[in-house]
Design a protein around this ligand. Structure first.
Ligand SMILES: Cc1ncc(COP(=O)(O)O)c(C=O)c1O
Length: 408
């Protein structure tokens, strides 16, 4: 199939695209017909058979196994290295809190982290007396400059690195493999916040040699929310203690006080009942992504970002705020438009243009998440409205709307 047809087909599978130019999968991706059907089928099964009937239980076991299998395939991992979680942040927490940090140990992170990575690092300082070192990361920085800063931050007290492979606020791809090699040479555990990567960039945990990598279903993978997956390298599972525990974290127990902790199984990190319709939707989302193609998706997302750069460069008063270099560019495109407030502009784009994007307050920018179901026309339509806003101003009603708009 030629690429244009392939992307048009992806677009046709996303009902939301019939109403909106939806460019916000970096927050939450749209559900396709296939994902909704898979969830509906499971709900129907539970409705008519009962949730714990044999048929429903067999289906649940098969869905769980398939979810681990597809996640492992996407990450180049093994199924027994995949734990199911509630979201990325839970996965990051499991890994960060599982490391036995001592007072004075250093946790290295960056100035571009989402709270989902940064706050667990700060809590490690609060709880364990660890020291937090922040490596400055800006979209103009090349990988060389970033690696130099990590080199300085990773001193002999460094025990842990917590970082996003793609920053949510600038859409910057960080040199994860080199950072991991450097951290490992100094004996530090590397924990990745992959909220912006799964379903977007190819991930090869084996080639990266990473210790733990947390991802969600609901962003670039376009699965439902309420579920995430955590990869833990097999030889690191025993080193990480589970924080929230249940029978899955017991190798043996009885009611006379005997208890033997489960140390070696990745499922020790899973606590209890999870939503099977949500798992079924995630399975369908993973199948959809793997069928579309990991490399093809990555190439297309960046091609759209390049197109957006060129289009927005032609607007007087607009500055591109995401990285322009090939090594750092992703499908996240950010811009600033003169003195226009990004939240107000976002609300105007939604109200006047049926365009769904988000503002990033910390960077005073508007962010477009460009996925394979988007096209050049979505970008043109956004650029035209931005041009109009810069010339004519934004109607006052959008100031009020922005004050009450969604906040991530
Ligand atoms: C880099 C990053 N980390 C973490 C999160 C939170 O993700 P989740 O809802 O899966 O915990 C986000 C959400 O936008 C993000 O962009």
């Amino acid at each position: 199939m030629v690429d244009g047809d392939r992307w048009a087909q992806m677009r046709a599978m996303m009902p939301v695209m019939r109403r909106y130019a939806y460019m916000n999968c970096g927050w939450s991706g749209p559900l396709s017909d296939g994902v909704v059907d898979a969830m509906r089928r499971r709900i129907e099964l539970e409705t008519w058979e009962g949730p714990v009937a044999r048929t429903a239980m067999d289906d649940k076991a098969a869905t769980t196994a398939r979810l681990r299998e597809l996640t492992a395939r996407m990450l180049n991992a093994e199924v027994d290295e995949i734990a199911l979680t509630g979201n990325t942040t839970e996965g990051v927490n499991i890994a960060v809190n599982g490391v036995d940090l001592q007072p004075g140990d250093r946790v290295v992170t960056t100035t571009a982290e989402h709270g989902g990575g940064l706050i667990p690092a700060y809590w490690a300082r609060e709880r364990r007396g660890a020291e937090v070192a922040l490596v400055t990361v800006d979209p103009e920085d090349g990988h060389g400059a970033i690696l130099e800063r990590f080199d300085q931050a990773l001193d002999d007290r460094a025990r842990m690195v917590v970082l996003s492979e793609i920053t949510y606020s600038t859409g910057q791809l960080l040199p994860l493999r080199q950072i991991t090699e450097m951290a490992h040479r100094r004996g530090a555990t590397v924990i990745v916040d992959g909220a912006q990567t799964a379903g977007h960039v190819p991930i090869d945990v084996r080639a990266l040699g990473i210790d733990a990598y947390a991802i969600p279903s609901h962003k670039w993978l376009c699965g439902p929310d309420g579920i995430g997956m955590l990869y833990v390298r097999r030889d690191r599972i025993a080193d990480l203690d589970p924080v929230k525990v249940s029978m899955r974290a017991a190798a043996l127990y009885d009611f006379d006080g005997h208890f033997e902790p489960e140390r070696n199984k990745v499922t020790k990190f899973e606590v209890s009942t999870m939503s099977t319709p949500t798992m079924a939707g995630t399975v369908a989302a993973l199948e959809q992504y793997l069928t579309t193609g990991i490399e093809e998706t990555w190439t297309r997302a960046r091609a759209l970002c390049r197109y957006a750069e060129a289009r927005f460069d032609r607007i007087p008063g607009v500055t591109v705020a995401s990285p322009r270099s090939e090594e750092s560019r992703t499908g996240l495109f950010l811009f600033r438009a003169g003195n226009l407030d990004p939240a107000v502009l976002t609300s105007y784009l939604y109200g006047d243009g049926a365009i769904v994007v988000r503002s990033v307050r910390e960077r005073s920018a508007v962010r477009l998440s460009l996925h394979v179901y988007n096209n050049e026309a979505d970008i043109d339509r956004t650029a035209e409205l931005v041009e109009r806003a810069l010339v004519e101003g934004i109607p006052a009603r959008y100031i009020e709307a922005a004050a009450h708009g969604p906040r991530e």
